[in-house]
Structures are given as C-alpha cells and as structure tokens.
Ligand binder design. Structure first.
Ligand SMILES: Cc1cc2nc3c(=O)[nH]c(=O)nc-3n(C[C@H](O)[C@H](O)[C@H](O)COP(=O)(O)OP(=O)(O)OC[C@H]3O[C@@H](n4cnc5c(N)ncnc54)[C@H](O)[C@@H]3O)c2cc1C
Length: 335
C-alpha cells in the first residue's frame, strides 16, 4: 500500500505551479502547519511576473504602490522562506492519479504522494501569440521580440511596440524611458488597457500609430541590422513602411493547458471550473490563479493571492475536520 510505504513522504498539500498563486498558497499552507510541497517546471519560482515581465511595473497589488515583476517575486520568495516548504524546481507534473485515498503525482523526476492537490499552473505552457504572416525566422534572434528579457537590449534604439492591451501599453511607456524613440502600433483607436495606463501613455513621449495593422517585417535593404515594418491602415488601402531597430509584439498569449485533458478535471474552455471554495470536480483537488474560471474571475495577482488561502482552508477542513480553523497570522507565528 502506498500509504504504508511512503508515509513520511506524504504531503498534506502539493501545489503544482510556482507562480504568484502557488507561492502564496504554499506560504499560507505552511503557516497553517501543513506539510507542503511546491512543484515548478521552470528552474526558478515566479511564473509570469518573473519570466514574462520581470522589469515591468505592477500597480495593482494591495499595499505595493509600484513594484516590478522581479521584485514582487523576491518579496514572495522572502516570505515563503520564512517557512520550510519543500520546493521541487525543474519538476514538471505530467499526471495526477488517485491511489489509496492519496494523489500520486508523476513528474519528470520522482513520484510525489499527497493528500490534497492545488493546481496553480497559470496558463500552462504559455506561448506568445505570434505574427500570422511569414517572415524570416532569423529576425527573432534580435530585431523581432515577443518578450522583454532586459530593458537594456532596447536602450537607445528605435522601437516599435505592437498591441493594444495592458502589456503593450505598459511596455511602450517603460521602453520610452530607455529607447531613442518608441511607437505603439494598434489596430484600434482605443486600448484594452487600464485607464490610468492609457492616461500615462497619452502624457508620454510614445508615438501612437493607429489604427494600423502590421502586414510585413523585413530586414532593411541598406542596413541589415534594422527592419522595415509595413503598416496598413484599417479600412483603407493606405500603407506605410516604418524603419526601426526592434519590434516588440504584444498580442497576448495562447495558453496550452492541454495536459489538463488527461487529469480528468472538469474544464470550461481552457480553464478549470472551480466552486467558491476553489474545489474542482475531483476529491481534494483544488485550483487557483489564472488557470481557473468562475463567475467574476479576474486574471490578476490580487485575485490569485486571495484564492490560495480559500483553497488551503477548504483542504484543511477536509483533511482535518477536528482542527480549529480561523486564525490570524499573528497567532500562528506566536505558536
Ligand atoms: C505581460 C503581462 C503583464 C501583466 N501585468 C499584470 C499586472 O500589472 N497586475 C496583475 O495583477 N497581473 C498582471 N498580469 C497577470 C499576472 O501575471 C497573472 O495573473 C499571474 O501571474 C497568475 O499567477 P499564477 O500563479 O496563476 O500563474 P503563472 O504566473 O502563470 O504561474 C504558473 C506557474 O506554473 C508552472 N507550471 C505550469 N505547468 C506546470 C506543470 N505541469 N508542472 C509544474 N509547474 C508548472 C509555470 O512554469 C509557472 O511558473 C500580467 C500578465 C502578463 C503576461
């Protein structure tokens, strides 16, 4: 029996995904004295803020007026390290299977046994939405970017940013502080970004090119380090070519949560359906963060932070029904 063989290695809760949702849930579960493992496929904790927008600023986390993606993850790591929590990095969970009232998690390394699971895999293996026309793939080695890894790569350059959502607007503002010239290309006159960011954009040095779509990207014929980006005006035959050093495409991300199809969790589109207490259809399997859907769900860090404690508390009630439940963190620390 799994339970007898592995007793000392059985976790109360195993959290799959070490983004903001998983990190805070792990900390909260440790605060409640549970035996916890946090499993992350990347070599580093941090999820989207660390991997996709380390240097972009976040303005909508309570009590933090302005913080970069990477600094938010540093703070979460510091908080998590206050508690001992087993962390499995470079460890990808490929399946979850019910065995003897436990969950058996198969990973690319060891097998992990746990009483409850919290799925916090964000968008799963996320990929940027790419330009839909053919272009020379070598452009992606420098001139054509889907991520900003380092703002310095854009310093002093002529930069085009494409997109109309939060990341395109935020990036164009941030890049305008380091680039020689920044333009934002969007197919509409209105943006799908936070009002305060749009106000900032309108006050910034960013040149707004709307309503245009990108029709082609090619190496510039007289300077192969530069690119010619062909723009077409919406509902018009007018086209123009803009020469730049770099194009940053921010058309959002396509989620690849296909792995979930094999986990038997009930999905709604690409998302996991959860109850008010973050329960999935499977016993003691919860889900939190960007991967979940419920009426009113917002894909924000603030919401992900709230969902972790709800899932942990419900798991605690299920696993240890006789335990005293509601406690504030101060009383937990004092113990
Ligand atoms: C460009 C951009 C800007 C944003 N700006 C803001 C903002 O200003 N404010 C805000 O509130 N939100 C912002 N967001 C959204 C915010 O980042 C997400 O809501 C948040 O990261 C969700 O956290 P999560 O932990 O659910 O998912 P993620 O951050 O996606 O983390 C999930 C983690 O799970 C891991 N994982 C996936 N599959 C497996 C597996 N099978 N096994 C093990 N590990 C796995 C992934 O590697 C990843 O590290 C932004 C998002 C983007 C893309």
């Amino acid at each position: 029996m799994v339970t007898k063989i592995m007793n000392d290695k059985i976790y109360d809760i195993s959290i799959i995904g070490g983004g903001p949702a998983g990190m805070f849930a792990a900390y909260f579960a440790r605060l409640r004295n549970l035996k916890v493992s946090l499993i992350e496929s990347l070599p580093k904790l941090g999820g989207q803020p660390e991997t996709l927008y380390a240097q972009k600023h976040i303005y909508d986390v309570a009590a933090l007026p302005k913080i970069s993606g990477t600094d938010l993850i540093k703070q979460l790591t510091e908080q998590l390290n206050l508690m001992n929590c087993d962390q499995y990095l470079k460890t990808s969970v490929s399946s979850i299977v019910r065995k003897d009232n436990l969950w058996e998690l198969t990973t690319n390394h060891e097998t992990i046994y746990t009483k409850a699971v919290i799925i916090a895999i964000g968008n799963g293996a996320f990929q940027p939405r790419r330009l839909t026309f053919d272009y020379d793939p070598t452009l992606e080695s420098d001139q054509l970017n889907y991520f900003v890894n380092n703002l310095d790569d854009f310093a002093g350059k002529d930069v085009l940013v494409a997109g109309g959502g939060d990341s395109a607007v935020d990036w164009s503002i941030d890049l305008s502080h380091v680039a020689h010239h920044t333009s934002l290309i969007h197919r509409r006159n209105n943006y799908r970004a936070m009002e305060s960011s749009v106000e900032k954009l309108n006050r910034s040095q960013v040149e707004q090119l709307n309503p245009y779509i990108i029709k082609g990207v090619n190496f510039n014929k007289s300077n192969s380090r530069k690119i010619d980006v062909t723009l077409k005006m919406i509902k018009s035959d007018e086209t123009k070519v803009v020469t730049a050093d770099k194009l940053l495409v921010n058309y959002g991300f396509v989620s690849d949560s296909k792995i979930l199809n094999d986990w038997n969790v009930e999905l709604q589109g690409p998302f996991i359906k959860v109850s008010q207490e973050m329960e999935t259809n499977l016993p003691n399997v919860f889900a939190i963060g960007d991967i979940v859907t419920y009426p009113g769900k917002l894909q924000l860090i603030a919401t992900a932070f709230a969902e972790g404690p709800i899932a942990v508390t419900k798991a605690l009630r299920n696993l240890y029904p006789d335990k005293d439940f509601f406690q504030h963190s101060t009383s937990l620390f004092e113990k």
